[in-house]
Design a protein around this ligand. Structure first.
Ligand code: ALA
Length: 421
């Protein structure tokens, strides 16, 4: 194996012993796949869950499950209290000013659809513009395409350079009085690029353009502070943050959320209903129609506690160490091209083998017990920009190790043997 002069883990704050302890928190990491120890590098898709999250969901159903906000009985009061404590945890986690600014939704996708329909649609006129970037996930493209179809507004796209970074001068040129919203991904799920969102928000706000940030990949890798960045909306998913699937968060500035009509009608989002008219509930309930994902919300709270306990600073530094090691080690393969080499990157490594399809790469690695994602990663326009149909993508979490990356590198060698390249 190539020996690379990489600084030791000591400077990363998470030591080998910490990682071994952390790994014991994730029961699935002890399993085997095709008789080989699981190496799980599909974390940008969805990471595994620590025992505390599994226990918290199990406890809900075994000890105090009941509906929230609707009962006077003991179980309902307990589940309501824990549900609302989770809202406080999310508020602190992203440094929101008010707890009512935290709306529980199904995930990032629903959060963006909510903003598209409740915030953008009522104000958009023909020839208004929604600005996004080339590296958006489909979840931050299609809701805007739909609202453009409904209103006659147009999509505008900020180009990126060959490293996978936004071309900032082009971004500035695209801001104009017709721009009614900037919708931009914080960390690209396909490239790992960390976008300069604070600078982008500042530039947009100078022209009174509100900004939505797709934070699905970002909240996992770095501290997000919605007050510091001054974004107007921030969306993320619980499952990417080591919590349950089917739960997510929309943060919105209180004044904006208050002025927006509800997204869906139903129970919980009302304060008074007659057949003639309805008076809507206050924030955040106005946007939380129906029985929510109770176990999801409480499980997300447990995940946030878990992450906070380790510390996002330490997580960030350790993941960068893994990324640097993998990136440098892959230089050994002259027939591998890394897609996305931004200066500021999260621990996401997309690559293509010349002459070998990404799906073949993924299938052979799977036989070695290594899980990566292959395909377009829900970013087809980005694949078109790089002129590739698909990439193979290894994405690292803080429970991964250098030894696992070595197993992965051996797997890449095996692919070359199989294909005689
Ligand atoms: N956005 C998810 C991924 O990147 C689905 O894999």
């Amino acid at each position: 194996m190539l020996k690379i002069p990489i600084k030791t883990q000591n400077i990363t704050s998470l030591r080998q012993s910490d990682i071994q302890k952390i790994r014991q928190d994730f029961p699935i990491l002890n399993t085997t796949v095709h008789g080989k120890p699981l190496v799980y590098f599909d974390n940008a898709n969805t990471p595994q869950k620590p025992q505390v999250v599994i226990d918290s969901v199990n406890d809900i159903y075994t000890k105090y499950y009941s509906s929230v906000h609707r009962g006077v009985h003991c179980l309902s009061e307990k589940s309501t209290r824990l549900f609302e404590i989770s809202r406080d945890k999310v508020q602190n986690f992203i440094s929101a000013k008010h707890r009512e600014e935290i709306i529980f939704v199904r995930g990032t996708t629903e959060a963006i659809n909510l903003v598209a329909q409740s915030f953008a649609r009522p104000q958009l006129k023909p020839d208004d513009e929604i600005l996004m970037t080339t590296m958006e996930h489909h979840a931050n493209i299609i809701p805007w395409q739909m609202v453009c179809g409904q209103t006659g507004a147009k999509l505008k796209v900020v180009p990126i350079n060959d490293n996978g970074e936004i071309i900032f001068e082009e971004f500035i040129k695209l801001l104009n009085p017709r721009t009614k919203l900037l919708a931009v991904v914080h960390v690209s799920n396909s490239l790992g690029t960390i976008n300069p969102i604070e600078k982008m928000i500042e530039a947009a706000h100078q022209q009174n353009i509100p900004v939505l940030i797709d934070g699905a990949q970002a909240v996992v890798h770095q501290k997000v502070d919605v007050r510091k960045s001054d974004c107007d909306f921030y969306a993320f998913s619980g499952h990417k943050l080591y919590g349950p699937s089917g739960i997510g968060v929309l943060y919105g500035k209180k004044a904006l959320l208050e002025a927006m009509p509800p997204y869906q009608g139903g129970g919980n989002m009302i304060s008074q209903v007659t057949f003639e008219k309805t008076i809507y509930n206050t924030l955040p309930y106005k946007f939380e129609a129906g029985t929510p994902h109770i176990a999801g919300v409480i499980g997300l709270g447990a995940a946030i506690d878990y992450i906070d306990n380790i510390g996002l600073d330490k997580i960030s530094r350790y993941e960068k160490y893994l990324l640097d090691y993998a990136t440098q080690s892959m230089q050994e393969f002259s027939d591998i091209r890394i897609i996305g080499s931004a200066q500021k990157k999260a621990s996401i490594l997309s690559f293509i083998f010349e002459h070998i399809h990404a799906h073949d790469v993924g299938t052979i690695l799977d036989q070695e017990g290594i899980a990566i994602r292959t395909g377009h990663h829900c970013t087809m326009p980005l694949m078109a920009r790089f002129n590739v149909p698909a990439t193979a993508r290894a994405s690292f979490a803080f429970y991964n190790t250098i030894e696992e990356i070595d197993v992965f590198l051996q797997g890449l060698k095996k692919i070359k043997e199989v294909f005689h390249v």
